[in-house]
Design a protein around this ligand. Structure first.
Ligand code: HEC
Ligand code: HEC
Length: 279
């Protein structure tokens, strides 16, 4: 019933021409192999395989991600490298002063969002970066989805590219994870659609001529050809909720932090890909 309504409202159609590129493999710069398909993690009982959003893009868009000289998102990584080494704030510290080279952060992106024991909360990477800015550097926090923040997230992702997403789902995060899962299956807006209606029940179908993916976030931040800049995870969440004609949550809200944790966990086993390229 709901399936029928969804098809009628959104003009869902089976994708026909995309099969060839779905067999493609992503290898970056000729040597970095990216896992774009993996067995679904045990806590997902409705999927057997998880797939990166890269799989569903056109051949041309896919190819942009295979070489850092072609990937328009890499320019922003360079900007973040400069910011990383620049002292700011009353403590006159840079990220570099405490953390060394950005490469020291390899392995951090795959495990975020994660529990912070001292704060007693689940933290996204953006929350952690701002905590360092405020408490360690005594500098102004960056806007949650600002250019500075998204660039820094892209740098953090780039030094972990190819590593498997491995977000913890047990222990102290359980409550937040459950809240995120609940949001994932909640129908929003006039269209009464949940994330799952599109990204779990209908991935690989076409919706308004766009090829639906599983809505994974292993590729974030993503460079979108549509707006020619890097886009944060919560900006994408906002756009998707708005498309159901619902009021949306704000970036950095507890709801979106919980949703990010849950959506990240659905990608456990896929490679970190950011900054990736999407339409
Ligand atoms: C004065 C020292 C200091 C500066 C400057 C600093 N940090 Fe940190 N950072 C820390 C400490 C200490 C931790 C561990 C804190 C914790 O776990 O609560 C940390 C943790 C982190 C983490 C999480 C690492 C992990 O394994 O979970 C990230 C990401 C991070 N910092 C990014 C940054 C960025 C980006 C900047 C610059 C904008 C920055 N930090 C500036 C001291 C600093
Ligand atoms: C009406 C259908 C629809 C709903 C409902 C929906 N999305 Fe999407 N979403 C899309 C479309 C279309 C795209 C662009 C094509 C793609 O990547 O799937 C997209 C893209 C995404 C992406 C980008 C994936 C990538 O690899 O670049 C993420 C993440 C995402 N959605 C998450 C969500 C979440 C979380 C929810 C629930 C709050 C949600 N979406 C609800 C249609 C939907």
């Amino acid at each position: 019933m709901k399936h029928y309504a969804l098809s009628a409202v959104l003009g869902l159609a089976a994708a026909t021409s995309a099969l060839a590129q779905e067999e493609a493999q992503l290898v970056i710069n000729g040597d970095l192999e990216i896992t774009t398909r993996a067995p679904a993690p045990d806590h997902l009982d409705r999927l057997s395989e998880i797939t990166s959003g890269w799989v569903y893009r056109s051949r041309e868009t896919q190819e942009l991600q295979a070489d850092d000289f072609d990937n328009p998102g890499m320019i922003f990584v360079d900007d973040a490298r400069a910011a990383w080494a620049t002292a700011e704030g009353a403590a006159e510290q840079s990220c570099q002063s405490c953390h060394g080279d950005p490469e020291e952060m390899a392995g951090v992106r795959p495990v975020y969002p994660k529990w912070n024991e001292d704060a007693g909360e689940v933290r996204t990477l953006a929350m952690q970066v701002n905590d360092c800015r405020e408490t360690r550097m005594e500098a102004e926090p960056w806007g949650y989805t600002s250019g500075d923040m998204v660039n820094m997230e892209a740098l953090m992702a780039s030094v972990s590219r190819g590593m498997p997403i491995n977000v913890a789902i047990d222990g102290p995060v359980a409550e937040t994870l459950a809240k995120g899962e609940e949001l994932y299956y909640t129908r929003f807006g006039q269209l009464e659609l949940s994330c799952a209606n599109c990204h779990e029940d209908n991935y690989d179908n076409n919706i308004r001529s766009d090829h639906l993916s599983q809505g994974q976030i292993n590729g974030f931040p993503v460079y979108r050809l549509k707006n020619a800049r890097l886009n944060a995870t919560h900006s994408r969440f906002r756009g998707c909720v708005r498309d159901t004609r619902a009021e949306t949550f704000s970036a950095g809200s507890p709801e979106f932090v919980a949703l990010e944790l849950y959506v990240a966990s659905r990608g456990n086993g896929l490679s970190v890909e950011g900054p990736s390229v999407r339409n």
